[in-house]
Design a protein around this ligand. Sequence first.
Ligand code: IPM
Ligand code: MG
Length: 370
Amino acid sequence: MATHKLLILPGDGIGPEVMAEVEKVVAWFGRQGVAAFETERGLVGGSAYDAHGEAISNGDMALAQAADAVLFGAVGGPKWADVPYSKRPEAGLLRLRKDLGLFANLRPAICFPALAAASSLKPEVVEGLDILIVRELTGGVYFGEPKEIVTLEDGQQRGIDTQVYTTSEIERITRVAFELARTRRNKVSSAEKHNVMKTGVLWKQVVTRIHKAEFADMELEHVLADNCAMQLVRWPKQYDVIVCDNLFGDILSDVAAMLTGSLGMLPSASLGAEDPATGKRKALYEPVHGSAPDIAGKGAANPIATISSFSMALRYSFKAIEAADMLDKAVTNVLASGLRTADIRSDNTHVVGTAGMGDAIVKELQHLAG
Ligand code: IPM
Ligand code: MG
């Protein structure tokens, strides 16, 4: 039986609560003999700052480098509003992404049948929705230099961020998008703004070239990023895979997430390049939602996004496709049975807390296992 090393980084706010439910799921799959999971724990975000004065310590970074997968909760909160910029909670997440080389961020937006009514859009617009945003995660304006605030001679200040992409950065994220589209509906929509940005011009050229050379049997369309945001709320089912840069991906994925009825439902995977020697990729799995400090500690948070992130780990890191399918089915069935956390409640449903939802999912797994 394979042994997988997991690093659990619960983070701040509701992170520890939702991660406790994931650990129940991990333990269940371990008992089933799907694999042996060795887990380590670490600190990230504000909790790491409180303990070490850094958003993530070098020791925890070393554990992350050694792990087969990092399971990440959420970071941030009002408590750390005034910590220095380089030590703010988000810096821990950005360091993990950069130092582990996690350039491909997969953000599925799937509308569960039981939740179509919870979307702010009409049910017919979102019912059956299943799209995937592939966001470039280690380049662009998030990391480009210079990145600073300088004081000018006349006393004004000037803030600068730098949007920068190289050919190889665009090529590798394009390949990830097409390879994933091949397992879905064979269509990639590339979103950029070549009408105003040089990086957009290059992005469009490179995506077009890779499509022609390596994926010509599949469909490619180009869409301006602002238009893509509009199309997502108009008729999202026109999309299959959307590939875009770091900042557009940040924004478009929040739009896509809300289409599905709840930000609390959506998982994500951040993957590095495949190591040719071992065939393994560095990987981090995290819910799309944040640390929700307003409900932290109340046992009310929705653990589904984090549990589904572990399902993505089963699928992409551990190649345990059957186990991943089973976990996805357990989540769907629990929702279909009418169980809800408060964020996705509606008429004629039964509201449970964080642990109640985690327990119900484990129970359903047991039921599916027979
Ligand atoms: C996300 C978040 C992060 C980002 C923040 C927390 C740094 O919004 O993962 O989408 O901007 O990438
Ligand atoms: Mg975001």
